[in-house]
Design a binder for this molecule. Structure first.
Ligand code: ARG
Length: 459
Protein backbone atom coordinates (compact mmCIF):
# COMPACT_ATOMS: atom_id res chain seq x y z
CA UNK A 1 0.00 0.00 0.00
CA UNK A 2 1.39 3.36 -1.05
CA UNK A 3 -0.22 5.42 1.73
CA UNK A 4 2.16 7.03 4.18
CA UNK A 5 -0.11 6.15 7.08
CA UNK A 6 -1.50 2.62 6.45
CA UNK A 7 0.01 0.78 9.45
CA UNK A 8 -2.75 1.14 12.00
CA UNK A 9 -5.65 0.74 9.57
CA UNK A 10 -7.41 -2.55 8.93
CA UNK A 11 -8.69 -1.53 5.50
CA UNK A 12 -7.98 0.98 2.78
CA UNK A 13 -9.77 4.32 2.48
CA UNK A 14 -13.24 4.63 1.02
CA UNK A 15 -13.29 6.01 -2.49
CA UNK A 16 -15.25 9.03 -1.30
CA UNK A 17 -12.57 9.83 1.30
CA UNK A 18 -9.79 9.33 -1.21
CA UNK A 19 -11.42 11.67 -3.70
CA UNK A 20 -12.01 14.37 -1.13
CA UNK A 21 -8.67 14.03 0.60
CA UNK A 22 -6.35 14.02 -2.38
CA UNK A 23 -4.44 17.15 -3.34
CA UNK A 24 -2.30 15.47 -6.00
CA UNK A 25 -4.40 16.96 -8.80
CA UNK A 26 -3.12 20.42 -7.90
CA UNK A 27 -0.02 20.03 -5.75
CA UNK A 28 2.21 18.12 -8.18
CA UNK A 29 3.53 21.51 -9.31
CA UNK A 30 5.31 21.66 -5.94
CA UNK A 31 7.41 18.60 -6.84
CA UNK A 32 10.61 20.53 -7.76
CA UNK A 33 10.56 22.24 -4.36
CA UNK A 34 9.73 19.03 -2.51
CA UNK A 35 12.63 17.30 -4.25
CA UNK A 36 15.04 20.14 -3.43
CA UNK A 37 13.96 19.87 0.21
CA UNK A 38 14.46 16.10 0.06
CA UNK A 39 18.01 16.49 -1.23
CA UNK A 40 18.86 18.91 1.59
CA UNK A 41 17.26 16.55 4.11
CA UNK A 42 19.16 13.53 2.72
CA UNK A 43 22.47 15.36 3.23
CA UNK A 44 21.52 16.14 6.81
CA UNK A 45 20.55 12.50 7.50
CA UNK A 46 23.93 11.49 6.14
CA UNK A 47 25.75 13.97 8.36
CA UNK A 48 23.74 12.64 11.31
CA UNK A 49 25.00 9.12 10.54
CA UNK A 50 21.56 7.92 9.46
CA UNK A 51 22.52 7.36 5.80
CA UNK A 52 25.83 5.90 4.60
CA UNK A 53 27.81 7.68 1.89
CA UNK A 54 26.72 5.18 -0.83
CA UNK A 55 23.13 5.44 0.41
CA UNK A 56 23.30 9.22 0.15
CA UNK A 57 24.70 9.01 -3.39
CA UNK A 58 21.96 6.59 -4.44
CA UNK A 59 19.34 8.79 -2.83
CA UNK A 60 20.55 11.98 -4.51
CA UNK A 61 20.72 10.29 -7.91
CA UNK A 62 17.22 8.92 -7.52
CA UNK A 63 15.91 12.34 -6.46
CA UNK A 64 17.57 13.92 -9.52
CA UNK A 65 15.99 11.28 -11.77
CA UNK A 66 12.60 11.98 -10.25
CA UNK A 67 13.12 15.70 -10.92
CA UNK A 68 13.95 14.95 -14.53
CA UNK A 69 10.85 12.79 -14.89
CA UNK A 70 8.67 15.50 -13.32
CA UNK A 71 10.16 18.16 -15.63
CA UNK A 72 9.47 15.98 -18.66
CA UNK A 73 5.91 15.30 -17.52
CA UNK A 74 6.95 11.65 -17.30
CA UNK A 75 6.06 10.99 -13.67
CA UNK A 76 2.54 9.54 -13.74
CA UNK A 77 0.48 9.95 -10.58
CA UNK A 78 -2.92 8.65 -9.52
CA UNK A 79 -5.54 9.45 -6.92
CA UNK A 80 -4.11 6.88 -4.52
CA UNK A 81 -0.90 8.95 -4.37
CA UNK A 82 -2.93 11.40 -2.25
CA UNK A 83 -0.43 14.25 -2.44
CA UNK A 84 2.90 15.29 -3.91
CA UNK A 85 4.87 13.99 -0.93
CA UNK A 86 3.24 10.55 -1.11
CA UNK A 87 3.72 10.38 -4.84
CA UNK A 88 7.42 11.25 -4.67
CA UNK A 89 8.08 8.79 -1.84
CA UNK A 90 6.40 6.10 -3.93
CA UNK A 91 8.66 7.08 -6.82
CA UNK A 92 11.71 6.88 -4.57
CA UNK A 93 10.76 3.47 -3.18
CA UNK A 94 10.12 2.20 -6.72
CA UNK A 95 13.71 3.18 -7.53
CA UNK A 96 15.52 2.34 -4.30
CA UNK A 97 13.39 -0.25 -2.48
CA UNK A 98 13.72 -0.11 1.33
CA UNK A 99 16.33 2.66 1.17
CA UNK A 100 13.65 4.97 -0.26
CA UNK A 101 11.77 4.66 3.01
CA UNK A 102 14.65 6.13 5.03
CA UNK A 103 14.17 9.71 3.84
CA UNK A 104 11.05 10.28 5.90
CA UNK A 105 13.01 10.13 9.18
CA UNK A 106 12.78 13.44 11.04
CA UNK A 107 10.38 14.93 8.54
CA UNK A 108 6.62 15.25 8.26
CA UNK A 109 4.38 16.24 5.43
CA UNK A 110 3.43 19.15 7.67
CA UNK A 111 6.84 20.82 7.56
CA UNK A 112 7.33 19.63 3.97
CA UNK A 113 4.21 21.26 2.60
CA UNK A 114 4.85 24.50 4.49
CA UNK A 115 8.36 24.57 3.04
CA UNK A 116 7.31 23.64 -0.51
CA UNK A 117 4.66 26.33 -0.64
CA UNK A 118 7.02 28.99 0.70
CA UNK A 119 9.60 28.12 -1.93
CA UNK A 120 6.98 28.12 -4.68
CA UNK A 121 5.66 31.51 -3.55
CA UNK A 122 9.14 33.05 -3.38
CA UNK A 123 10.00 31.87 -6.90
CA UNK A 124 6.75 33.01 -8.43
CA UNK A 125 6.69 36.31 -6.58
CA UNK A 126 9.96 37.05 -8.35
CA UNK A 127 8.33 36.29 -11.70
CA UNK A 128 5.50 38.67 -10.78
CA UNK A 129 8.08 41.34 -9.91
CA UNK A 130 9.73 40.91 -13.32
CA UNK A 131 6.32 41.35 -14.98
CA UNK A 132 5.66 44.45 -12.88
CA UNK A 133 8.98 46.00 -13.84
CA UNK A 134 8.12 45.48 -17.53
CA UNK A 135 4.79 47.21 -16.97
CA UNK A 136 6.48 50.07 -15.11
CA UNK A 137 8.87 50.46 -18.03
CA UNK A 138 6.00 50.47 -20.54
CA UNK A 139 4.16 53.15 -18.54
CA UNK A 140 7.31 55.19 -18.04
CA UNK A 141 8.14 55.04 -21.75
CA UNK A 142 4.71 56.42 -22.64
CA UNK A 143 4.98 58.98 -19.82
CA UNK A 144 8.27 60.21 -21.24
CA UNK A 145 6.59 60.76 -24.63
CA UNK A 146 3.65 62.62 -23.05
CA UNK A 147 5.42 64.45 -20.23
CA UNK A 148 4.14 67.79 -21.53
CA UNK A 149 0.93 66.63 -23.26
CA UNK A 150 -2.05 68.42 -21.66
CA UNK A 151 -5.13 66.42 -20.82
CA UNK A 152 -8.13 67.03 -18.58
CA UNK A 153 -7.35 65.87 -15.06
CA UNK A 154 -10.46 64.45 -13.44
CA UNK A 155 -12.11 64.08 -10.10
CA UNK A 156 -15.53 62.40 -9.92
CA UNK A 157 -14.82 61.65 -13.60
CA UNK A 158 -15.55 65.35 -14.29
CA UNK A 159 -13.00 67.75 -15.72
CA UNK A 160 -11.14 69.18 -12.74
CA UNK A 161 -7.80 70.81 -13.65
CA UNK A 162 -5.50 70.35 -16.63
CA UNK A 163 -2.65 67.90 -16.07
CA UNK A 164 -0.21 66.19 -18.39
CA UNK A 165 -0.89 62.68 -19.58
CA UNK A 166 2.62 61.71 -18.48
CA UNK A 167 1.78 62.78 -14.95
CA UNK A 168 -1.32 60.58 -14.98
CA UNK A 169 0.63 57.56 -16.25
CA UNK A 170 3.30 58.14 -13.61
CA UNK A 171 0.60 58.13 -10.94
CA UNK A 172 -0.08 54.52 -11.93
CA UNK A 173 3.65 53.84 -11.84
CA UNK A 174 3.83 54.99 -8.22
CA UNK A 175 1.32 52.30 -7.19
CA UNK A 176 3.23 49.59 -9.02
CA UNK A 177 6.49 50.75 -7.43
CA UNK A 178 4.89 50.34 -4.02
CA UNK A 179 3.78 46.84 -5.07
CA UNK A 180 7.36 45.98 -6.00
CA UNK A 181 8.48 47.26 -2.64
CA UNK A 182 5.78 45.16 -0.95
CA UNK A 183 7.02 42.06 -2.75
CA UNK A 184 10.64 42.51 -1.69
CA UNK A 185 9.59 43.31 1.86
CA UNK A 186 7.34 40.23 1.88
CA UNK A 187 10.20 38.09 0.60
CA UNK A 188 12.43 39.17 3.49
CA UNK A 189 9.77 38.03 5.98
CA UNK A 190 9.09 34.82 4.05
CA UNK A 191 12.71 33.73 4.07
CA UNK A 192 12.17 31.29 6.95
CA UNK A 193 12.44 27.53 6.50
CA UNK A 194 9.84 25.26 8.15
CA UNK A 195 11.98 22.11 7.65
CA UNK A 196 13.01 20.72 11.01
CA UNK A 197 9.65 21.56 12.56
CA UNK A 198 8.54 17.97 11.84
CA UNK A 199 4.87 17.29 12.52
CA UNK A 200 4.78 20.17 15.04
CA UNK A 201 7.30 19.48 17.81
CA UNK A 202 10.65 19.48 16.02
CA UNK A 203 12.77 16.34 15.96
CA UNK A 204 14.65 14.07 18.34
CA UNK A 205 17.06 13.21 15.52
CA UNK A 206 20.26 15.27 15.17
CA UNK A 207 19.01 17.30 12.20
CA UNK A 208 20.48 20.60 11.04
CA UNK A 209 17.65 23.01 10.19
CA UNK A 210 20.12 25.88 9.77
CA UNK A 211 22.03 24.06 7.02
CA UNK A 212 18.79 22.95 5.35
CA UNK A 213 17.48 26.52 5.42
CA UNK A 214 20.67 27.83 3.85
CA UNK A 215 20.69 25.13 1.14
CA UNK A 216 17.13 26.05 0.18
CA UNK A 217 17.81 29.79 0.04
CA UNK A 218 16.17 30.75 3.33
CA UNK A 219 17.79 33.13 5.81
CA UNK A 220 16.96 30.99 8.87
CA UNK A 221 14.88 28.05 10.11
CA UNK A 222 11.59 28.64 11.94
CA UNK A 223 12.09 29.91 15.48
CA UNK A 224 9.14 27.83 16.71
CA UNK A 225 8.22 24.43 15.27
CA UNK A 226 4.47 24.93 15.85
CA UNK A 227 4.57 28.22 13.99
CA UNK A 228 6.80 26.55 11.41
CA UNK A 229 4.03 24.17 10.33
CA UNK A 230 0.97 26.30 11.11
CA UNK A 231 1.95 29.72 9.78
CA UNK A 232 0.39 30.71 6.49
CA UNK A 233 0.87 34.47 6.94
CA UNK A 234 3.28 34.36 4.04
CA UNK A 235 0.57 33.02 1.71
CA UNK A 236 -2.06 35.48 2.95
CA UNK A 237 0.34 38.41 2.69
CA UNK A 238 1.34 37.43 -0.81
CA UNK A 239 -2.33 37.21 -1.75
CA UNK A 240 -2.83 40.68 -0.34
CA UNK A 241 -0.01 41.93 -2.54
CA UNK A 242 -1.42 40.15 -5.60
CA UNK A 243 -4.87 41.56 -4.79
CA UNK A 244 -3.38 45.04 -4.47
CA UNK A 245 -1.59 44.63 -7.79
CA UNK A 246 -4.87 43.38 -9.26
CA UNK A 247 -6.69 46.44 -7.94
CA UNK A 248 -4.00 48.72 -9.39
CA UNK A 249 -4.26 46.92 -12.73
CA UNK A 250 -8.03 47.25 -12.64
CA UNK A 251 -7.83 51.02 -12.12
CA UNK A 252 -5.42 51.34 -15.03
CA UNK A 253 -7.59 48.96 -17.06
CA UNK A 254 -10.70 51.01 -16.39
CA UNK A 255 -8.93 54.17 -17.52
CA UNK A 256 -7.81 52.46 -20.73
CA UNK A 257 -11.42 51.41 -21.35
CA UNK A 258 -12.46 55.05 -20.95
CA UNK A 259 -9.57 56.50 -22.95
CA UNK A 260 -10.23 54.19 -25.90
CA UNK A 261 -13.96 54.92 -25.99
CA UNK A 262 -15.44 56.98 -28.84
CA UNK A 263 -16.38 59.64 -26.29
CA UNK A 264 -12.83 60.15 -25.03
CA UNK A 265 -10.83 59.14 -28.12
CA UNK A 266 -7.55 59.77 -26.30
CA UNK A 267 -5.95 56.42 -27.00
CA UNK A 268 -6.01 53.78 -29.71
CA UNK A 269 -4.84 50.27 -28.96
CA UNK A 270 -2.47 48.44 -31.25
CA UNK A 271 -4.20 45.77 -33.34
CA UNK A 272 -2.08 43.10 -31.67
CA UNK A 273 -3.44 44.08 -28.26
CA UNK A 274 -7.13 44.58 -29.11
CA UNK A 275 -9.93 42.25 -30.16
CA UNK A 276 -12.77 42.42 -32.67
CA UNK A 277 -16.44 41.56 -32.69
CA UNK A 278 -17.93 38.50 -34.33
CA UNK A 279 -20.86 40.51 -35.68
CA UNK A 280 -19.80 44.19 -35.78
CA UNK A 281 -16.91 44.51 -38.21
CA UNK A 282 -15.95 47.99 -37.04
CA UNK A 283 -15.34 47.04 -33.41
CA UNK A 284 -12.00 47.23 -31.65
CA UNK A 285 -12.40 46.11 -28.07
CA UNK A 286 -10.06 46.63 -25.10
CA UNK A 287 -10.37 43.05 -23.81
CA UNK A 288 -7.04 43.12 -21.96
CA UNK A 289 -8.05 46.20 -20.00
CA UNK A 290 -11.44 44.67 -19.24
CA UNK A 291 -9.85 41.43 -18.06
CA UNK A 292 -7.59 43.49 -15.80
CA UNK A 293 -10.75 44.99 -14.34
CA UNK A 294 -12.45 41.61 -14.13
CA UNK A 295 -9.61 39.57 -12.70
CA UNK A 296 -9.25 41.93 -9.74
CA UNK A 297 -12.37 40.18 -8.46
CA UNK A 298 -10.69 36.78 -8.45
CA UNK A 299 -7.51 38.15 -6.81
CA UNK A 300 -9.58 39.65 -4.01
CA UNK A 301 -11.55 36.38 -3.79
CA UNK A 302 -8.34 34.36 -3.49
CA UNK A 303 -7.18 36.53 -0.58
CA UNK A 304 -10.56 36.47 1.11
CA UNK A 305 -10.92 32.71 0.71
CA UNK A 306 -7.56 32.01 2.32
CA UNK A 307 -8.12 34.40 5.22
CA UNK A 308 -11.44 32.75 5.96
CA UNK A 309 -9.79 29.32 5.86
CA UNK A 310 -7.17 30.50 8.37
CA UNK A 311 -9.58 32.22 10.70
CA UNK A 312 -9.85 30.47 14.09
CA UNK A 313 -7.81 27.49 12.94
CA UNK A 314 -6.21 25.93 16.03
CA UNK A 315 -2.50 25.12 16.11
CA UNK A 316 -0.74 23.23 14.68
CA UNK A 317 -1.49 21.55 11.33
CA UNK A 318 -5.08 20.89 10.30
CA UNK A 319 -6.20 19.50 6.99
CA UNK A 320 -8.00 22.77 6.33
CA UNK A 321 -4.55 24.03 5.39
CA UNK A 322 -4.65 21.95 2.23
CA UNK A 323 -7.07 24.61 0.98
CA UNK A 324 -4.25 27.18 1.02
CA UNK A 325 -2.71 26.16 -2.28
CA UNK A 326 -5.33 26.69 -4.96
CA UNK A 327 -5.95 30.38 -4.20
CA UNK A 328 -2.20 31.00 -4.25
CA UNK A 329 -1.74 29.15 -7.55
CA UNK A 330 -4.79 30.86 -9.03
CA UNK A 331 -3.62 34.36 -8.16
CA UNK A 332 -0.06 33.82 -9.34
CA UNK A 333 -1.14 32.06 -12.56
CA UNK A 334 -3.57 34.79 -13.53
CA UNK A 335 -1.25 37.63 -12.63
CA UNK A 336 1.47 36.11 -14.73
CA UNK A 337 -0.95 36.02 -17.67
CA UNK A 338 -2.21 39.53 -17.12
CA UNK A 339 1.01 41.48 -16.56
CA UNK A 340 2.70 40.83 -19.95
CA UNK A 341 -0.57 41.56 -21.77
CA UNK A 342 -1.01 44.85 -19.92
CA UNK A 343 2.63 45.83 -20.48
CA UNK A 344 2.32 45.09 -24.21
CA UNK A 345 -0.94 46.97 -24.50
CA UNK A 346 0.44 50.06 -22.75
CA UNK A 347 3.76 50.02 -24.62
CA UNK A 348 2.08 49.88 -28.04
CA UNK A 349 -0.95 52.14 -27.61
CA UNK A 350 -1.16 55.30 -29.70
CA UNK A 351 -1.88 58.44 -27.69
CA UNK A 352 -3.85 61.15 -29.49
CA UNK A 353 -2.26 64.15 -27.82
CA UNK A 354 -4.03 66.73 -30.02
CA UNK A 355 -7.45 65.39 -29.02
CA UNK A 356 -6.46 65.40 -25.35
CA UNK A 357 -5.13 68.95 -25.67
CA UNK A 358 -8.46 70.12 -27.15
CA UNK A 359 -10.29 68.62 -24.21
CA UNK A 360 -7.91 69.97 -21.56
CA UNK A 361 -9.50 73.44 -21.05
CA UNK A 362 -13.11 72.26 -21.47
CA UNK A 363 -15.50 72.06 -18.55
CA UNK A 364 -14.07 75.28 -17.06
CA UNK A 365 -11.03 73.36 -15.89
CA UNK A 366 -9.03 76.62 -15.64
CA UNK A 367 -11.39 78.09 -13.05
CA UNK A 368 -8.95 77.34 -10.21
CA UNK A 369 -6.36 79.45 -12.03
CA UNK A 370 -8.62 82.52 -11.71
CA UNK A 371 -9.10 81.83 -8.00
CA UNK A 372 -5.34 81.37 -7.47
CA UNK A 373 -4.68 84.60 -9.44
CA UNK A 374 -7.02 86.47 -7.09
CA UNK A 375 -5.29 84.90 -4.08
CA UNK A 376 -1.94 86.13 -5.37
CA UNK A 377 -3.60 89.60 -5.45
CA UNK A 378 -4.37 89.28 -1.75
CA UNK A 379 -8.00 88.15 -2.02
CA UNK A 380 -9.00 85.52 0.59
CA UNK A 381 -9.51 82.17 -1.14
CA UNK A 382 -13.07 81.98 0.15
CA UNK A 383 -13.94 85.18 -1.76
CA UNK A 384 -11.81 84.19 -4.76
CA UNK A 385 -13.80 80.94 -4.96
CA UNK A 386 -17.13 82.88 -4.93
CA UNK A 387 -16.01 85.34 -7.63
CA UNK A 388 -14.68 82.57 -9.86
CA UNK A 389 -17.91 80.65 -9.36
CA UNK A 390 -19.77 83.70 -10.65
CA UNK A 391 -17.56 83.75 -13.76
CA UNK A 392 -18.33 80.06 -14.37
CA UNK A 393 -22.07 80.68 -13.91
CA UNK A 394 -21.85 83.58 -16.39
CA UNK A 395 -20.13 81.32 -18.91
CA UNK A 396 -22.71 78.62 -18.48
CA UNK A 397 -25.61 81.03 -18.97
CA UNK A 398 -24.01 82.56 -22.04
CA UNK A 399 -22.53 79.47 -23.64
CA UNK A 400 -18.95 80.70 -23.31
CA UNK A 401 -15.62 79.25 -22.26
CA UNK A 402 -13.65 81.11 -19.56
CA UNK A 403 -11.18 82.70 -21.94
CA UNK A 404 -14.02 84.01 -24.10
CA UNK A 405 -15.36 86.42 -21.45
CA UNK A 406 -14.55 90.05 -22.33
CA UNK A 407 -12.65 92.44 -20.09
CA UNK A 408 -15.83 94.42 -19.51
CA UNK A 409 -17.81 91.36 -18.56
CA UNK A 410 -15.08 90.28 -16.14
CA UNK A 411 -15.06 93.70 -14.52
CA UNK A 412 -18.84 93.69 -14.19
CA UNK A 413 -18.70 90.34 -12.39
CA UNK A 414 -16.07 91.73 -9.98
CA UNK A 415 -13.86 94.83 -10.12
CA UNK A 416 -11.09 92.62 -8.76
CA UNK A 417 -10.97 90.79 -12.11
CA UNK A 418 -8.50 93.00 -14.00
CA UNK A 419 -7.76 92.14 -17.67
CA UNK A 420 -4.40 90.58 -16.75
CA UNK A 421 -6.32 87.64 -15.25
CA UNK A 422 -6.43 86.40 -18.84
CA UNK A 423 -2.74 85.56 -18.63
CA UNK A 424 -3.50 82.52 -16.49
CA UNK A 425 -6.36 81.33 -18.66
CA UNK A 426 -4.24 79.02 -20.79
CA UNK A 427 -3.58 75.36 -20.25
CA UNK A 428 0.16 75.79 -20.84
CA UNK A 429 0.30 78.60 -18.28
CA UNK A 430 -1.62 76.52 -15.76
CA UNK A 431 0.74 73.57 -16.25
CA UNK A 432 3.92 75.66 -16.21
CA UNK A 433 2.82 77.27 -12.96
CA UNK A 434 2.74 73.97 -11.13
CA UNK A 435 6.33 73.78 -10.03
CA UNK A 436 6.30 72.33 -6.53
CA UNK A 437 7.56 68.76 -6.04
CA UNK A 438 5.02 66.16 -7.17
CA UNK A 439 3.02 68.69 -9.23
CA UNK A 440 1.97 68.19 -12.83
CA UNK A 441 4.27 70.90 -14.25
CA UNK A 442 7.03 69.92 -16.70
CA UNK A 443 9.78 70.32 -14.07
CA UNK A 444 8.37 68.04 -11.38
CA UNK A 445 7.28 65.49 -14.01
CA UNK A 446 10.84 65.38 -15.34
CA UNK A 447 12.02 64.88 -11.75
CA UNK A 448 9.64 61.94 -11.33
CA UNK A 449 10.84 60.35 -14.55
CA UNK A 450 14.41 60.67 -13.37
CA UNK A 451 13.69 58.85 -10.12
CA UNK A 452 11.58 55.91 -11.37
CA UNK A 453 14.50 53.64 -12.23
CA UNK A 454 16.18 54.18 -8.88
CA UNK A 455 12.87 53.45 -7.15
CA UNK A 456 12.65 49.91 -8.57
CA UNK A 457 13.68 47.71 -5.61
CA UNK A 458 16.36 45.13 -6.36
CA UNK A 459 16.34 41.88 -4.49
N1 ARG B 1 -1.59 17.60 1.20
C1 ARG B 1 -1.39 18.15 2.49
C2 ARG B 1 -1.58 19.68 2.45
O1 ARG B 1 -1.61 20.18 1.40
C3 ARG B 1 0.00 17.87 2.94
C4 ARG B 1 0.16 17.81 4.42
C5 ARG B 1 -0.60 16.64 4.94
N2 ARG B 1 -0.38 16.43 6.32
C6 ARG B 1 -1.10 15.60 7.07
N3 ARG B 1 -0.80 15.50 8.30
N4 ARG B 1 -2.13 14.97 6.57
O2 ARG B 1 -1.72 20.34 3.44
Amino acid sequence: MSKLWGGRFSQGPARALEELNASISFDLRLAPYDLAGSKAHARVLHRAGLLTEPELEQMLTALDELREAVDKDAFPVSLSDEDVHTALERGLVEKLGALGGKLRAGRSRNDQIACDLRMYCRDHARAVAVGLVDLVEALTGQARRTADAPVPGMTHLQHAQPITFGHQLLAHVQGFLRDLDRLSDWDRRTSVSPLGSGALAGSSLPLDPVAVAAELGFDAPAANSIDGVADRDFAAELLFVTAMIGVHLSRLGEEVVLWTSQEFGWVELDDAFATGSSIMPQKKNPDIAELARGKAGRFIGDLTGLLVTLKALPFAYNKDLQEDKEPVFDALDHLKLLLPAMAGMIATMTIHTERMAEAAPLGFSLATEIADWLVRDGVPFRDAHEITGAVVAFCQENGRELHEVTDGELASISPLLRPSVRDVLTVDGALAGRRTPGSTGPGPVADQLATVDAAIPQW
